[in-house]
Design a protein around this ligand. Structure first.
Ligand SMILES: Nc1ncnc2c1ncn2[C@@H]1O[C@H](COP(=O)(O)OP(=O)(O)O)[C@@H](O)[C@H]1O
Ligand SMILES: [Mg+2]
Length: 231
């Protein structure tokens, strides 16, 4: 299980996170929702250790990982799929996946078959340049690269943004499988409500750096959506 306790973060004078408290259970998909600019990406980066929180703590199970830099957090089991995918366009699909192997403690040199089983398109395209893939394929590659590190916690920042519906569905099914079959802790920043309703277990809604609502995904009410999510 992952938890954040009173997490705060400021970009200079802009306070982007204010005493955020959340618990993300293993075996569950926890969705982080909220309008643009409310602090979702900052939260994910602070959990990963790419940004260092000014106050508060990040716990992985019983371990306080707050003092670890991002590469050490990757070694203890956190993986991050960044908003906008951030694959390496001039590396092949296979080379992109190899980058993910570096987070593994077991020094495995080959890409696990499981990654290609989850995303067969990556096998078909293993020698193509990352930059030549469609947006949806790049997102699958970004998730595959994160999984190559054999994480316990998978942080995904708007993976469905700008992606064709059939691939959105495939991604949802993979995430559900990773949660239920591998007992992974999945933290999903998501603005696409149908996806949260279909695949999410729990949700948190943020506004101006704070948690303003939380519950089970099945409890996401119209009222809540109108208050915090619709534009
Ligand atoms: N590098 C940055 N420097 C200054 N302010 C930033 C930076 N990144 C984000 N912010 C500000 O922090 C707030 C939260 O941003 P972000 O976490 O990206 O929100 P979200 O992911 O919910 O859209 C916003 O007000 C945004 O303008
Ligand atoms: Mg964001």
């Amino acid at each position: 299980m992952l938890s954040v306790d009173n997490l705060s973060y400021s970009y200079g004078a802009v306070q982007a996170l204010r005493e955020v408290r959340m618990k993300m259970q293993s075996g569950c998909i926890t969705c982080i929702m909220g309008r643009n600019g409310v602090g979702k990406t900052t939260l994910i980066k602070t959990i990963m250790g790419v940004l260092r929180s000014s106050a508060g703590a990040v716990w992985l199970g019983e371990r306080n990982v707050s003092s670890l830099p991002a590469n050490k957090r990757a070694k203890v089991g956190l993986a991050w799929v960044a908003q906008g995918r951030m694959i390496f366009p001039k590396l092949t699909v296979e080379e992109n996946l190899r980058v993910g192997l570096q987070a593994r403690p077991d020094k495995l040199k080959n890409i696990p078959d499981e990654i290609y089983e989850l995303f067969p398109v990556l096998k078909q395209m293993s020698h193509r340049m990352g930059g030549d893939l469609s947006g949806g394929q790049q997102q699958q590659l970004a998730i595959g690269r994160a999984l190559a590190g054999d994480p316990k916690v998978l942080l995904l920042d708007e993976p469905t943004e700008g992606i064709q519906p059939n691939i959105i569905q495939q991604i949802g099914e993979v995430l559900r499988m990773l949660a239920t079959k591998r007992n992974m802790t999945i933290v999903l920043v998501e603005q696409y409500l149908d996806f949260v309703r279909q695949f999410g277990n729990a949700f948190y809604v943020m506004n101006r750096g704070r948690v303003v609502a939380q519950g089970e995904a099945s409890e996401l009410s119209e009222e809540l959506i109108n208050a915090h999510l619709s534009v």
